[in-house]
Write a protein that binds this ligand. Sequence first.
Ligand code: NAX
Length: 328
Amino acid sequence: MKSPVTVAVTGAAGQIGYSLLFRIAAGEMLGKDQPVKLKLLEIPVEGPQKAMRGVAMELDDCAFPLLSSISMHDDPNEAFGDANWCLLVGSKPRGPGMERADLLKDNGKIFIGQGKAIDENAADDCRVAVVGNPCNTNTMIAAAHAKRLGPERFTAMTRLDQNRASTQLAQKAGVPVTDVNDLIIYGNHSPTMYANFKNATIGGKPVTDVITDHAWLEGEFLTKVGKRGAAIIEARGLSSAASAANALIDHVRALSTVSDEVHSIAVKSDGSYGFAEGIWASMPVKTVAPGTYEVVQGLPIDEFSASKIAVTNDELVGERETVKEMLG
Ligand code: NAX
């Protein structure tokens, strides 16, 4: 039996947490032979703390063979202690009438504290994946407050956008989603993201050869993917939860598994693909060692793609400007 991997999850009483924790405990994220210790974090308020205790009771009631232990916390320093993976799901939702800038600043404060707590307490090999929005910029803030762990350990999730876009292409082409490859999200996890269909393939052929309605690709497809989160809220009355949890499972599994598969992760930009250096932007990455990625270089970017990347880059640069006093 392998020794357990410690996974800390914030926002454990939230709706993504409720879809995520059971799948981690069932071995779907780190493997069916990999025991896990779960460390759950919630805000120090009785309602969420009580709800978290309920989730832990249900985890107990599943008798998962791979779940070695569960602990519950209201202090990030304890929750992140010895963690090999920190999954930062919890953050404050945008309230009615709240400006995006206020959300950035409010949530930024959470990620200053969590970045420091991870850096001071987590295991040496710790990897961090951020889901809580605005996730790209929250990741930048957390990484800015980590001195021991390098910025390459901090990633933000755009896998849900990749999964959404791949399915839209498959449905339009009338093929199974497994026929769609190399669909990569560029930029921010926001409606400005660019789902780069130009380099993607369907059944090994360029998407633009299979789907000849190019106006749909350049228009409705991109808008649909960018606004899918809002469409889910409209339909369900709640934001995406099971699909977000599923995407985080995919994100961590892809990042833990060495392969030639190219996947979308928001990472610290080194200037590749026209992104400003130092922002966290989604790009094509390949996993070269467990937990370690490389940005895939040299993929062709035509004028249309460059113009889309410029828009999402500008938004990310603007977000960095809004939170600049939080970057240490
Ligand atoms: P919920 O509001 O259901 O749950 C969030 C939980 O986080 C709450 O229980 C809250 O008490 C807790 N929390 C807040 N601040 C915390 C802190 N400082 N430490 C620990 N816990 C804290 O939201 P849920 O639907 O689970 O969504 C969580 C986050 O994911 C939101 O920010 C949401 O915007 C974001 N999303 C990101 C997606 C992505 O693709 N990157 C897609 C889905 C989702 O919208």
